[in-house]
Design a protein around this ligand. Structure first.
Ligand code: SF4
Length: 185
């Protein structure tokens, strides 16, 4: 790039905070091995790569950390439409906090200029393809979490961490100057 060339815009990516090492999970921890795997992305971001905007929809919705685990009792779509239910492990209705967190995540993505959200799989907020099935026994069901569904509805690209890392690693010659993610151009 010459001195007179216009700067290449850096892609802005909303990302689950726990994937970048923030201790925001219900246990008050980061997302374990995933936050280690994402260290190379953090380095790339420092060197002029994508701008990562970390967010935790559950914290944005007003829930404490640590907090009791929660699961969707209905689809995320129904939660957003006002006739769904999210319960925590104590049997408390935390639906309003999940809706609030989803709305805040959408707001943050818009303000930041993101087009892509990379969200932690299986979370009742962030799950992009699968979530816990509402049984509190580890069973999974297909579907999105509440924030993932809200972002999808608003036209953002939503990927889980595995899909995103696969795309990232498949992109050759990452220079820090070019857009590394063709689907963002
Ligand atoms: S709500 Fe999302 S960002 Fe927050 S801890 Fe759960 S998976 Fe991570």
């Amino acid at each position: 790039m010459g001195l007179s060339d216009p700067p290449v815009p850096r892609p802005v990516i909303l990302i689950s905070g726990c994937l970048l090492g923030l201790r925001c999970t219900w246990r008050g921890q980061a997302a374990g091995a995933w936050s280690q795997r994402f260290q190379s992305l953090i380095r790339a971001a420092r060197e002029g790569g994508p701008v990562f905007i970390p967010a935790c929809p559950e914290q944005l919705g007003g829930l404490p950390t640590p907090r009791p685990p929660a699961e969707l009792m209905t689809s995320a779509s129904r939660v957003l439409d006002g006739n769904g239910l999210v319960l925590n492990g104590k049997g408390e209705d935390v639906t309003a906090a999940y809706r609030r967190g989803a709305a805040e995540a959408v707001h943050l993505a818009r303000v930041a200029g993101a087009r892509l959200a990379v969200l932690k799989e299986r979370s009742p907020s962030c799950g992009a393809r699968a979530v816990h099935a509402g049984l509190f026994n580890g069973a999974l069901a297909g579907g999105r979490g509440v924030a993932a569904e809200a972002l999808h509805r608003e036209g953002f690209i939503v990927l889980d961490e595995e899909e995103f890392l696969r795309l990232w690693r498949a992109t050759p010659n990452w220079s820090g100057l070019d857009n590394p993610l063709p689907f963002l151009s």
